[in-house]
Design a protein around this ligand. Structure first.
Ligand SMILES: [Cu+2]
Length: 299
């Protein structure tokens, strides 16, 4: 089953919108099914690995370390399963936003159309998730703590203000070409860590969060459905890298010290479900989904 480009597959686009709205319509313990994924991302991001003091670059259970790739892959797999359930379509897979293709004219992307994700605004006023519709933000981060503030408000974006640029397809190809290792010690976002993971996360992934701004700039960024399209594309770039360097290519191994808990190959990754999923278990994604194209981003 295939993850499609959202701008070239109108059926995937409509199903994605319907699925997100469907999960927002399901009450669950005072919020909705959709909001549980916001909850999970926030909790993973505020779980420091290890505790601050011995963690100078703020590595957490989902970012700033090797499990950035596999943890977000797991998050998307579980969200995708929920979308399939609410849509009643076992063949549905999350579409991706190929932002590299929009780098020449980011503000002109068809993604901002009222028939796709809607556009800019505080609040967002166009599209299926606009403030005049039924889509409401319910949980936002409370400072840097692992607590939430409960709200009931529209989505907020400030597109192109913090940065007006998107990374280009040429930049993606260059990074895939130049970084053959997944990561190197000391496995964080500091200057002495090398490898593809840090390049995937900082100059590629982080820029898109900044480009959209406001709700996308926080640990509760899955509040904006664009989060899923963005991360499907991050996963696609990792998939392209894997097709070149190997589908089981991942470090650190389980021989590394316990300070790397939640990032080693066989560690249980952070989850709000009663599940034990390791990085190793999600490395080869090909039995779950494929992408309609990875050749366009390969060097
Ligand atoms: Cu994240």
């Amino acid at each position: 089953m295939t993850r499609y480009n959202i701008l070239t597959n109108s059926r995937a686009r409509q199903q994605f919108v319907d699925g997100c709205l469907g999960l927002k319509r399901e009450p669950l313990n005072g919020v909705t099914t959709y909001d549980y994924f916001v909850w999970w991302h926030h909790r993973a991001m505020t779980r420091m690995t290890p505790q601050m003091g011995t963690n100078p670059f703020g590595r957490n259970a989902a970012h700033g370390g090797p499990s950035f790739g596999p943890w977000h892959r797991l998050l998307l797999l579980v969200f995708e399963f929920q979308l399939r359930r609410v849509l009643g379509d076992n063949n549905f897979r999350i579409p991706y936003w190929d932002w590299g293709a929009d780098a020449a004219a980011p503000l002109q992307s068809a993604l901002w159309g009222a028939d796709v994700m809607g556009g800019d605004g505080n609040p967002v006023t166009s599209g299926p998730f606009s403030g005049s519709g039924e889509f409401r933000v319910r949980l936002i981060q409370n400072g840097s703590s692992d607590n939430f503030t409960f709200v009931n408000r529209p989505l907020r974006r400030d597109i192109g203000t913090l940065t007006s640029r998107l990374p280009s397809t040429a930049q993606i190809r260059e990074i895939i070409r130049n970084f053959a290792q997944w990561s190197t010690a000391p496995w964080n976002n500091g200057p002495s860590t090398g490898g593809f993971r840090k390049e995937l996360e900082i100059p590629l992934h982080n820029v898109i969060h900044r480009f959209i701004g406001l709700d996308m700039m926080t640990s509760t960024s899955p509040n904006d459905p664009i989060f899923w399209l963005h991360h499907a594309n991050i996963d696609r770039i990792w998939a392209a890298w894997q097709s070149r360097y190997g589908f089981t290519n991942y470090v650190p191994s389980d021989a590394e010290p316990a300070t790397l808990d939640m990032h080693r190959r066989g560690d249980r990754m952070h989850s709000f479900l009663n599940q034990s999923v390791t990085a190793e278990m999600v490395l080869d994604y090909r039995s779950y989904y494929d992408y309609d194209s990875i050749a366009d981003i390969l060097p």
